[in-house]
Write a protein that binds this ligand. Sequence first.
Ligand code: M6R
Length: 573
Amino acid sequence: MCGIIGYIGKRKASELLLKALERLEYRGYDSIGIAVVGEGLEILKDRGEVSEVSKTLNFTTLEGNSGIGHTRWATHGAPTQENAHPLTDCNEKIAVVHNGIIENYSELRKELEDNGHKFKSETDTEVIAHLLENKNLPEVLDMLKGSYAIVAIKKDEPDKLLFARNRSPLIIGLGAGENFIASDIPAFLKETNKVVVLENGDYGYVKKESYEINNVEGSADRKVQEINWNSEAAEKEGYEYFALKEIHEIPRTTENTMKALEDLKPYAEEIRKYSRIMFTACGTSYHTALYGKYLFNSIGIRTEAVIGSEFSSVTIGKDDLVIAISQSGETADTLSAVEKAKQRGAKILSISNVLGSSLEREADFSIHTLAGPEIAVIATKTFSAQMLSLYLLYKMIKGEKPETGLEKMQRTVLKLDAEIKKIAEKIQKKENAYFIGRGIGYPLAMEGALKLKEISYMHAEGMPAGELKHGTLSLIEKGTPVIVPLLPEMYDKTISNMEEVKARGGLIIALSWEGDERVGDVASEVLRVPKTGNEEYPLLYILILQLLAYHVTVLRELSPDKPRNLAKCVTVE
Ligand code: M6R
């Protein structure tokens, strides 16, 4: 969703805020803006990405040691200069940045307009600035319905940044004689790794030497934590795009996860206690859930997977364990599913990549994936880390040792890059692509299609290989790309489905393994990974699918880091 940053200290706020916005852009890039209090309250903002807007607006001309910044993913109001944050009150004395949705903003706006307030934008956020004209922060919060992370600065009180959080993340970063507040840790990680993760209902202020947190019970004490991510993890380190860098980080993530294998044991024990497992997640994380469903069902654990926004119809109770998967831990649809499950007495195990996320706080047990910060909007290394966690749990429950050397095999797969690029060149001008797979190849087909369509804008569909002949086959014509992650399980049947495509002239790109002789008779292109087991192939194939989507996107001269209309973290339902 939107990215928020606030700074207060001795340094030039505009320079630090601008750098932070560059790191936060993955949360939204419809518009950006900065407000700084120096001599007065000054604001620069416009529609567009940081790199574009900073060419026309010279943000660092803003003088002052305290300020706020915002990158927007539009919800209420088009991405225009007027709707860009920060938003101000009637007298331009209060500036506000916000992530989330104020559900009752139209009633509040009407009331404020009736009382003479003049609005300049179509956003829900602007009501907050106007309310702050005559009320203090807790009074304003009492009037707001919805989700929010808010940071505000007042011309007449330049020594503090006001903040409030409800169902949208907000973290304080503690420096020496200076403090930060942001929607995500990478925003200020270069400056400090000491953080205070705020909780729902928290509000207060940050000054340069201190901060105060309150909630309904009065003053709140939140612990200071040290983050062990290094700041380079949030930089491109020589790669052209974060997406490519993050795909290349997959073997390292695997290595780190394997080293921490013992940490997963208690969760494997926990899973055994329940009569049913219900996965819930959205987007890419839902594809991990499908992978988990196949694995767990194969060892006799009754398991289902439900998309977060479809959870209402689910029958769930106290004998069920809900495993909620979310890279960000802030996806509103997944959090809402978790809330429903908890109301019905189910226990929650979360799998998330962001320390102290809302999901982790809601869960009874939490697995933290060790992928480090993921900046590109598309999930790559975190998907791989989620799948690996489920694979390891599955192996533990089954009482088997996991495959060793997975990270080495993944490094070998990365060496297929040039071959993958050649295939990308062949398909980049196509309008449609289909991904088909059976068993645990099906979630992979779904994910391959999602990756391709979300960054290259090529229409892509993923489906069970056996389903193709029930309708979609009519769309296959000469040269239509059909990508097939082949597996030893149901191999013959998948080959038959490939034959059906071949007979219609489809361009079959198969993912297979060294020594699989038969595939070459059917597929036009074969990308081969080291030979391993059925359940392990998805952990290798995923790198190919991600690199394929990446190369098609770059060949189409699009940004794989910032696909249009999308945001890294979707905090609205
Ligand atoms: O943070 P989450 O894993 O909960 O996010 C879920 C989806 O929004 C996310 O996976 C989305 O589909 C990405 N665009 C995938 O690349």
